[in-house]
Design a protein around this ligand. Structure first.
Ligand code: NAD
Length: 363
């Protein structure tokens, strides 16, 4: 199959959908790879590196859309690209269609086969192409919290790990899924006292076996939240209720009880946020202060750690991209339930129940 790698054109998006290492794997499977010029430049992959891995370089996106049977993007195509997408062409990317009617309509009209990273799902219900970004965001949340705790950034002036003779900071993490556990491991590694509040008892039991001794696992309920929020130097919001907006677990009244100069990182902001006072920010202007508490609420956190994020994402997407290229989309969807769940709009028809429900369409 001829596979095309497009340059990302969305604002603040520096990732690329395939590394040169991925190109080499595609070539080993007998596929041709066409990479748009400068597609990997922002993360340090020069065109020559792709060429050395066996890719051809195409001058513009139009050339890639014209020649490739499958195109890979990180983020969804923008309206300027809709008319370039060809009938029956496979598009493999993060699409988030249920939240974007114009894009859904554009892809229906294009007649392409649109497989979304975010709805590929394993039999145990996990979403393998969202996991790597949650890993990045969870770890990064602690780096951001440490930075904004510094007085130079308006913070309380507390070192997460303390020093001999001085107590470490108290870090409260709400939600013990992928984001929460990666944040907890980072904060524990830096020596903080970490209180991880999780609603699922089964998950708490799993975590009890793997988390370090300075991570205290607590059931998430309003009383525990009120108690620990008041004592926290850092609060990280990491809850997810699949298919729903995040619940507002910390109200403005609770925020008022927090220490001045404490830092709140709401990773769940992309689902509306789990603090009443959260509103989305950008990397260019990431924080604001409410009730004396610094809020960091960037909705695309991994975007600024694009090198790590590119490697993490492509490690996860490549096996699926290879399977689709090896078998063609029909056989890949037929033989692999995970890929079938990724199919959102196929040749003009919505095939994903969530997208159909969002727009009142028939499957
Ligand atoms: P996950 O499903 O792995 O974990 C969510 C956890 O929250 C689950 O363990 C669940 O039991 C728990 N939970 C649900 N309700 C709770 C409650 N009331 N109290 C405590 N725990 C509760 O999800 P994840 O991959 O860790 O993602 C978490 C959030 O981070 C999602 O909203 C995701 O979209 C978001 N995210 C944001 C960014 C960003 O850049 N801002 C990046 C990656 C992920």
């Amino acid at each position: 199959m001829r596979v095309g790698i497009l340059k990302e054109i969305k604002v603040e998006e520096n990732r690329v959908a395939m590394t040169p290492a991925g190109v080499e794997q595609m070539r080993l499977h007998g596929h041709e790879v066409l990479v748009e010029s400068n597609a990997g430049a922002a993360v340090g992959f020069a065109d020559e590196t792709y060429q050395a891995a066996g890719a051809r370089i195409a001058p513009a996106a139009a050339d890639v859309y014209q020649a490739a049977e499958m195109v890979l993007h990180v983020k969804e195509p923008l309206p300027t690209e809709f008319e370039l997408i060809r009938r029956d062409q496979i598009l493999f990317a993060y699409l988030h269609l249920a939240a974007d009617q114009p894009l859904t309509r554009g892809l229906i009209q294009a007649g392409s086969v649109n497989i979304a990273y975010e709805t590929i799902q394993k039999a145990d219900g996990t979403l393998p192409l969202l996991t790597p970004m949650s890993e990045v965001a969870g770890r990064m949340a602690v780096q951001q919290a440490a930075k904004y705790l510094e007085m130079a950034h308006g913070g309380r002036g507390v070192l997460l790990g303390g020093v001999p003779g001085v107590a470490p900071a108290t870090v409260v993490i709400i939600g013990g899924g992928v984001v929460g556990t990666h944040a907890a491991k980072m904060a524990c590694g830096l020596g903080a006292r970490v209180y991880l509040l999780e609603k699922s008892l089964a998950r708490l039991r799993q975590l009890a076996d793997i988390m370090p001794a300075n991570c205290f696992l607590l059931h998430s309920n309003p009383e525990n939240l009120r108690h620990w929020i008041r004592r926290a130097h850092v609060v990280i919001g990491a809850v997810l209720i699949p298919g729903n907006k995040a619940p507002h677990l910390v109200s403005r009244e609770m925020l008022k009880t927090m220490k001045r100069g404490a830092v709140l990182v709401d990773v769940a902001i992309d689902q509306g946020g789990c603090f009443e006072t959260s509103r989305p920010t950008t990397h260019a202007d990431p924080i604001y202060v409410e009730e004396g508490v610094i809020h960091y609420t960037v909705a695309n956190m991994p975007g600024t750690l694009a090198r790590t994020a590119t490697h993490a994402l492509t490690n996860a997407t490549l096996p699926y991209a290879l399977e689709i290229a090896d078998k063609g989309w029909r056989r890949a969807c037929h033989e692999n339930e995970e890929i079938r769940k990724g199919a959102n709009v196929v040749q003009g028809k919505v095939t994903h129940p969530g997208v159909a429900a969002a727009f009142g369409m028939d499957l």
